[in-house]
Design a protein around this ligand. Structure first.
Ligand code: GDP
Ligand code: MG
Length: 375
């Protein structure tokens, strides 16, 4: 640590489950590295059967009373972090939280660099494996590497955390006021996906995030607690994070799916009734455009405060529909000429794609444009 941190109350929050082999050497190293009386160390242990907690108690009474122990029932890593961070802020009065694992995967000396970033103005400093200069232990076997890399990719793309390289990192320094603002006590994720949900909330609160490259060592002692259930929870929670913030997009997609059924359904029906395909096609496109409009107006964009009067919207809608119809129909006609033997319903389906995209773009940006929010 290079910068002066006097007066800033720092609390390391370290969850443990069966870390009897690691806890003493870890606490020794941490308490020797960070000697300031304003630094505290909170171990959050969930009834580890290997008596991790009693080793912590011994350490507190015999070596350093800046160490604290918080015990609870085992409900997952995220739950332990929520309890630990809340306790560190509300009871121990922490201004900055450092979260890290107990198995030496996170080098205690690097915590100082993370704290330097916080003193330098960051709200969140991540010990990052995937930023330039960061690395993973060669001993981490292929399955874990793959899981970690893809977990990160998923979090970035589906979870909407595009600016961050290591979204699943468990080594971070975070300002307590940002944690309060992010309403940490209401984080839903119980397992490892806690890291992603927390980061997501912090970024939504406007937190300034920096990444410090680290070398991530595999644990020397004890076993990993990452199980199949954690992985499933991870996936569904990431998906939920995305969905919650993109309800409009989901409603639009569902509307689109209904539109496809209306389009292809009415097209097939009209063909059944003997209508020529070049007449059936635009009629079916029109039917789907009308069904899409009704669903979008009353459902997808129903809660938008929109620009302009209803009659103007109706006019814009007709213009957009005609453009979309023209595009879809042109694609259908061109494909029908290129592939005269192809199933007409397939060609009709191919025409839907460009028409629907254009339809959404123009309707969202123009017909159903949202009024700018005040304040
Ligand atoms: N309190 C608590 N700590 C946990 C729980 N699950 C894992 N941990 C701790 O969280 C940290 C990371 O877990 P670990 O098993 O090393 O995960 P890995 O590094 O992803 O293999 C370690 O310090 C574990 O002891 C839990 O359910 N409760
Ligand atoms: Mg570990």
């Amino acid at each position: 640590m290079n910068q002066d941190i006097s007066g800033v109350r720092i609390c390391f929050v370290i969850p443990t489950y069966n870390e009897a082999l690691n806890i003493n050497p870890l606490l020794r190293q941490l308490t020797e590295l960070y000697r300031d009386p304003d630094v505290a160390f909170l171990i959050v242990d969930d009834e580890s059967p290997d008596c991790t907690a009693s080793l912590v108690r011994d350490f507190i009474s015999k070596v350093d009373s800046r160490v604290h122990l918080l015990q609870g029932k085992r409900r997952g890593l995220g739950d332990a972090y929520v309890r630990g961070m809340t306790h560190a802020i509300d009871t121990l009065g922490a201004d900055v939280i450092v979260q890290m694992d107990a198995d030496f995967s996170h080098d205690p000396a690097v915590a100082g660099k993370l704290l330097d970033h916080i003193v330098g103005g960051a709200d969140v400093a991540i010990g990052s494996r995937y930023v330039a200069g960061g690395s993973l232990d060669k001993r981490w076997h292929a399955r874990r590497r793959l899981l970690s890399r893809w977990g990160n990719r998923l979090a970035r793309w589906i979870g909407g955390l595009k600016g961050v390289s290591d979204c699943t990192a468990g080594f971070k320094a975070i300002r307590a006021d940002k944690l309060r603002e992010a309403k940490i006590e209401s984080v839903r994720a119980r397992g490892y996906v806690f890291q992603v949900e927390l980061l997501h909330r912090l970024i939504r609160c406007g937190a300034r995030v920096v990444e410090e490259p680290i070398h991530f060592r595999d644990r020397e002692r004890g076993e990993t607690k990452l199980g199949m259930l954690n992985m499933l929870e991870f996936f569904f929670n990431i998906l939920w994070l995305r969905l919650r913030n993109h309800i409009t997009f989901i409603k639009f997609s569902l509307t689109g799916v209904c539109g496809v059924f209306v389009n292809l359904g009415s097209f097939s029906l009209l063909l059944e009734f003997g209508l020529h395909k070049f007449i059936a096609s635009p009629t079916a496109i029109l039917a789907s455009i009308v069904s899409n409009f009704l669903m979008n107006n009353y459902w997808t964009f129903g809660d938008r405060v929109m620009v302009g009067r209803k009659s103007v919207r109706g006019f814009k809608f007709i213009v957009v529909s005609l453009i979309a119809l023209l595009v879809s129909y042109t694609v259908f006609v061109v494909l029908s000429m290129l592939f005269p033997k192809a199933l007409p319903v397939l060609l009709q389906a191919a025409g839907i794609v460009p028409g629907a995209l254009l339809n959404y773009y123009l309707n969202s940006r123009w017909t159903f444009r949202e009024a700018p929010r005040e304040g």
